[in-house]
Design a protein around this ligand. Structure first.
Ligand code: ADP
Ligand code: MG
Length: 136
């Protein structure tokens, strides 16, 4: 069970990479944490762990970004989402059929799925904790 303190973006990415290696098609992972906590940084590692060489950037102005690879990773960011509005258009089920889905600000969704919380501890220290495991 992931529960660790990282001291740099590289360490958070490495934790994401290890987590990404264990993902499968149909896995939904919700990411919780304030702006700048390291959610996107973690997803960068996850994509690499899932075998993707795609460039991972914040999808803040784009609801979903899809990274191709042995396991497709859909990277969703709900930060700017109006409640209820575009949520139905997200096509979550279809994305889950195609691979794994990671959702920044995912704690806003009322859905099952793993829940990873990233807490800012000050400076470059972050607490990464899997609050809820993948419901497999
Ligand atoms: P979020 O997606 O949660 O808003 P980002 O991953 O985009 O956060 O940004 C995290 C910022 O914090 C980056 O600028 C990164 O370099 C910095 N940072 C410093 N220390 C860490 C750490 N231990 N883990 C992750 N990011 C860190
Ligand atoms: Mg982000």
């Amino acid at each position: 069970m992931l529960d660790t303190i990282t001291s740099s973006p590289a360490e958070t990415e490495a934790a994401g990479e290890q987590f990404g290696r264990g993902l499968r098609q149909g896995d939904l992972v919700l990411l919780a944490g304030d702006l700048g906590a390291g959610k996107t940084t973690f997803v960068r590692g996850v994509a690499r762990g899932a075998g993707s060489s795609a460039h991972v950037a914040s999808p803040t102005f784009q609801l979903v970004r899809v990274y191709a690879g042995p396991l497709q990773i859909a990277h969703v960011d709900l930060y700017r989402l109006e409640v209820g509005s575009e949520l139905e258009d997200l096509g979550l089920e279809e994305l889950l059929d195609q691979g794994a889905v990671l959702v920044e600000w995912g704690d806003r969704l009322e859905t099952s799925g793993a829940l990873l919380a990233i807490e800012h501890l000050g400076g470059d220290r972050r607490h990464l904790r899997l609050v809820r495991e993948l419901p497999r």
